[in-house]
Each structure stands twice: as C-alpha cells, then as structure tokens.
Design a protein around this ligand. Sequence first.
Ligand code: HEC
Length: 467
Amino acid sequence: MSRQILGVAATFLTSVLLSSTGLAQSTPVEPSFEFFMNEVQPIFLAKRGDNVRCIQCHTRSSGFRLQPLDDHAHFWTEEQSRMNYASARAFTVPGADPLKSRFLTHPLEASAGGDPFHGGGKHFASRSDPEWRIMADWVAGLAERRPASGTVVRIIQTNAAGDNSSIIDPVSNTVVATIDDVEIPHGVTSAPDGSAIYLSNETMHSLDVIDSRTLRVKRRIGLSGRPNNVSITPDGSKVYVAIMEMPGAIDIIDTASLTNIKTVPVDGAIHNVYVTPDGRYAVGGSIQRSMINVIDTRTDEVAWKLEMSSGIRPMTFDTNADGSTKNIYVQLSDFHGFAVVDFATRKEIARIEHPAVEGEVAHLDGLQAAPAHGLGVSPDGKTLWSTSKVYSHAYVHSLPDLKEIGRVFVGQHPEWVTFTPDGKTVYIGAAGDNAAYAVDAASLTVIAKIHTGQTPKRNGTVLMQVD
Ligand code: HEC
C-alpha cells in the first residue's frame, strides 16, 4: 500500500520536474514555502488522537523550533512562518526518499519506517497517513496538494454539547468518521468543490476550516463575537457567520484568503444566517429583536429588514422559476409552527400552526422558547419539513399550497433538517436522543436511527474530497 503511494509520488514529482522546471530528475527541488505555510503548518497545530500538538513542545526546543503564536492569534504570520520553515528545512533532505529526513522519520512509527524514538511520541502510524503524506510531499518538492481521488456526499451532524461532529455516510447510514477538536460546533457547511468543511466554533469564537481529506482543523478564523450558524455562497467565495451578541453582526469570511473581510452591523444578535439559493442575499434572524435582516451579497450592506411578532428561529426558502427567492418560511419564538414571508413584498402572508399529535406525549421541558425548530424545503421544491420539539415529529407540507401531507416520529427534541441531494432521504438531528434519524421522504418512514455525539442539533449535507 505505502509503496504504491510512494510510487505515485515519484511519478508525480518526475512529471513536475520534467515539465515545469526542465531540471534533470535527480536534482532535488527546494521545498516550497507556500506549501509549507498553508498545508504543512496546520499539522503542527492540529490535535490528533492521544498526541500532544507539536506546537505545545516545539516552541522551546533547541532543535526543530516553532515560533510561539501571538496572543489571540490562531495562525502564524508570514514572518513567523518563514522562521518555522527554516527550522523544519534543517531536518529535511529534499528529494523523493522521505526516510532520509528526520523531520519525517521522527514522528513516524518505527514499524512504518520511522526512527526508533521521538521525545514527542509517534504521531503517524503509517506512511499513508494523510497528514504525514502532506509533510512528505512538501519534502519531495511538490508545489501544491496532489489532486484528490474523488468526492463523496456526507451528512455532517454537529453535536452541540460535544467536542466533535459526526460524519454520516448516507448510503450505509453509519457514522464513518468524526471531526474532533471543535468544542461546541454550531453550524456546518462545505466548499462547493468538497475541499473544506466550515464549522463555527462557539468556544474559540472562530470559523474553523476543516481539511476534508485529513479531517483536521486547517485554520481557525477569528470572529467579532460568539458565532451561531453559518452559510456559504453558491460559488463558495464567502461564508456568512451569524454573531450571537448584541447589538448584532454578521461576519463575512473570504474563503480564498481565509480572512474575516467584513463585520456587517445588523439589527439584533443573529442566531441563523442563510444565503438564499440564488446567492443574492444573506438573511439573518434575530431572536432578541424579532428581526429578519436581509443583506445584499453584492454590496454586503443591509438591503431591508422586517420585524416579526416574536424571535426569529430557523428559516428556509423556496424559489421562483428563475431561481430568485419566492418565500421565506420562518419559525418563531413560542409559536408551534411557522410563518410565511413573501420575499418580493416583504410581508407576512400566512401562518401555519402544527396541531397536537394524538397519543404523543407533549414535551415542554428545555424548549428554549422554540417549540418548533428545524425547517427545510426539499430539493425539488415540493415539500416543506418542519420539526416539533413538543411532539417529536416532523410535519410535512406540500408546496406551494401548504397542506399537511403527513407526519413522522423523529425522536426527542428534533432540531434541524437536511436532505440528500436527490431528496430521497431526510436527516433530522434529535438532540434528546443523541441520534440522527434518517427518514425515507417518499414513504415517511424512519429507515435508520444513527447514534451520534452529545445533543446533536444542526446538520448539513456536504460534499467531501477524499484522498
Ligand atoms: C510532547 C512534546 C513533543 C511533541 C508533541 C512533539 N515533539 Fe518533536 N521532539 C520533542 C522532543 C523532546 C524532542 C527531542 C528529543 C528527540 O529527538 O526525540 C523532539 C524532537 C523532534 C525532532 C528532531 C529535532 C532534532 O533536534 O533532532 C523533530 C523533527 C520533531 N521533534 C518533530 C515533531 C513534529 C513534526 C511533531 C508533531 C507532529 C512533534 N515533533 C511533536 C518533543 C515533542
């Protein structure tokens, strides 16, 4: 296995050398600074398994030395990165044989070709470990990450009282991996090309960029306050982050430079933010101010706002034939149902209250003033799903006529709804059951109850690149 991978590396390197530099194959390439800065350095900050992070020990080392991070910084400056580069470079022998570099053999298990002992423990069990391969590719002279072998669709279930998020394979309906090291993950979304997953981190007040192929935190981007939900533009260029602090803001992250480019002041602390399906607006709802704030994504200024009768909870949208937004469906504080806002006239046009489910015990404890929380329009635009924490059910309505067409039990404290891209399966995070329910959308039957982490609330359907 590892020999085969090294073979691929050697072939790739040869073609790089021959095609772009014209150098003879035997001349080693000087390892790239950019590749080191952006791809290798995150490995030194990442938490993996039982290991201590490299940075915890190596800022004081006399050998391989990392610069300490500045106060409140989540990443090194370019100047600091150049110093880190020089130190790592001193323990590398550029070229295709990774086992000549102490930088690579020291944290690698001896059974995988590593050297016998590292005071910092063995971090990588095999040479096919995705992080170790990034380090080896850097030493080998690659200028950028090798192409992924493909992409897969996954459901990410964040665990609101956990330090991890569960990755569900919608074919096997099992948790196939977890993303660790993000304590109190709130919202989740992914890059359209599947290269990254974005999680808002309530403990560190950051938007965390997860490398889809290593599942490690690649960057944490500082926010203006404690975040709640997140949403990405269809082209993947910007992530909007709801800041749940008064007087209210939405932060905008530029995904190319991985920087927080703007804090847009809005009316009220923001719980959920959504980029409309056409990408033209970012809509943020405030519980405290009962306000829907609509930001124009071309100017990144508030275009209009609408005050509702009570706090703004989850929202979702349907579209007109040209893709523009038709209605906002919105759940409200202390209301067991949802309201409908016409996007063009900016007015509430309907309100649907969910009836009691006969024979179902009403849960009134721990509702946090949100009896109905969890709302989604199916990918074909024909149904609207709304979940009730009181009656542990999802209520399904037809669109556009808003007639209830069925209900399904989806566990205690259902909180959020996401669909597979084909719309056949609906995943609902049931916070009170520590499980996600997979529901067959056609028959309205539960096909799997998938055990997750603690208090699973928000979830999302994402594309993920795989090695
Ligand atoms: C728990 C503390 C600790 C952690 C975590 C740790 N190291 Fe170390 N590392 C050491 C100590 C102590 C030494 C010196 C003793 C030795 O050579 O093993 C060392 C030595 C090294 C050396 C050799 C430097 C020299 O002077 O020869 C390299 C390279 C290295 N570590 C890389 C790493 C990398 C990469 C990571 C993270 C993947 C890491 N270390 C994590 C403690 C740590």
